[in-house]
Design a protein around this ligand. Structure first.
Ligand SMILES: Cc1cc2nc3c(=O)[nH]c(=O)nc-3n(C[C@H](O)[C@H](O)[C@H](O)COP(=O)(O)OP(=O)(O)OC[C@H]3O[C@@H](n4cnc5c(N)ncnc54)[C@H](O)[C@@H]3O)c2cc1C
Length: 315
């Protein structure tokens, strides 16, 4: 790793060290672009997965192993011309004339002609009575991190998308029972995943469940929800609640008005090349308005962006 230098100038700054950022970094390094990659960590959102089955080239890979591989690959290129700043958060991205200015949580300021944002997304918080109070006291956002703490306990998973079913699947290895609550009339996860997980005898799925409260004393003791069809209030006695209700894009550090975003805060991109509404600024992966959110898509889109911005920088 190169020693800490503040106020450096680069051709390109990549924000994020998930699959998108790492793929972009490998391509940028090999194209010998003078690049800075700033990231809080490596590997991205699926590092919490026990098993990833669609990482092409591996029948199965653990999230942790994927993280190690991505980190090792990108660090292979670390040099004076490919600088990696890890454990740092970009707190501000703005433009000053033709240059972009990136400020980080370490008080550093970096400048570049082009920026690629691959900052991904983070979990959406449950906004009901008690959710804040019981966070880390039985209410959690990470099944693979906290699942073992709920061995032989009854738990709920809130959210019926892929992440919800994945969490349920992990929890089935420990918990006495897992109940998955989905707000709408159908599950949003892949049908085969829904079928496999619901086939487990310890598993129950409930549709049309609108959560109203998480309650307990020192720790979670239960949750209340409204049956959206019948209208009755229901009460489930559980020791744990795992929340998987979607993600919000990590785009809050971008100066207001710098780039067009959609109603969810996702950066609007040209899907052919990752260009944004701001000249010199590209985005790829889960922080963008790409319809599908997957590792391979984040990587592919980030690579397209590098190919495109290379012409911008060097033509
Ligand atoms: C539980 C779970 C399981 C999943 N399983 C699969 C799967 O099996 N297969 C699959 O293909 N996809 C899976 N996905 C989806 C996949 O993880 C995402 O589509 C993918 O990680 C997106 O990559 P990304 O690089 O765009 O963003 P992210 O993975 O979100 O990475 C963003 C990176 O940017 C960093 N960052 C964020 N903000 C800042 C900032 N301000 N400053 C510096 N760094 C910042 C983050 O720390 C992180 O390193 C799963 C997602 C979840 C939540």
């Amino acid at each position: 790793m190169t020693e800490e230098k503040k106020n450096e100038n680069f051709e390109l700054i990549i924000i994020g060290g998930g699959p998108g950022g790492v793929a972009a970094g490998v391509y940028a390094a090999r194209k010998k672009l003078k690049t800075l990659l700033v990231t809080k960590d490596f590997g991205g959102q699926s590092v919490v997965s026990d098993t990833i089955e669609n990482w092409i080239g591996e029948i199965e890979i653990k999230g942790k192993v994927l993280q190690e591989k991505l980190e090792k690959h990108i660090k292979h290129y670390a040099s004076d011309d490919f600088v990696i700043k890890e454990y740092q958060e970009v707190t501000e991205l703005k433009k000053d004339g033709e240059e972009f200015v990136v400020k980080t949580s370490f008080g550093s300021e970096y400048r570049a002609k082009a920026v690629l944002i691959t900052s991904g997304a983070k979990r959406r918080k449950l906004a009901v009575k008690g959710a804040d109070i019981f966070e880390h006291k039985g209410l959690t956002y990470c099944a693979s991190c906290d699942g073992p703490l709920f061995t032989d306990k009854d738990v709920v998973v809130i959210g019926g998308g892929n992440s919800g079913f994945e969490s349920a699947s992990q929890l089935l290895a420990y918990a006495k029972s897992v109940t998955l609550l989905q707000r709408g009339p159908k599950y949003n996860a892949e049908p085969t995943m829904v079928e496999n997980v619901l086939a487990n005898p310890k598993m129950t799925g409930i549709l049309n469940a609108d959560i109203s409260e998480v309650y307990g004393s020192d720790f979670v003791e239960g949750i209340k929800y409204k049956d959206m069809e019948g209208g009755e209030e229901k009460d489930l006695k559980v020791s744990g609640a795992f929340v998987e209700i979607g993600a919000i894009p990590a785009t809050g550090f971008i100066e207001e008005g710098l780039v067009e975003k959609d109603n969810f805060g996702q950066i609007k991109i040209d899907h052919r090349n990752g260009r944004t509404s701001q000249k010199g600024l590209w985005a790829a992966g889960d922080c963008s308005d790409s319809i599908f959110k997957q590792n391979a898509i984040a990587m592919g889109d980030a690579v397209k962006a590098i190919e495109d911005l290379y012409s911008f920088l060097r033509s």
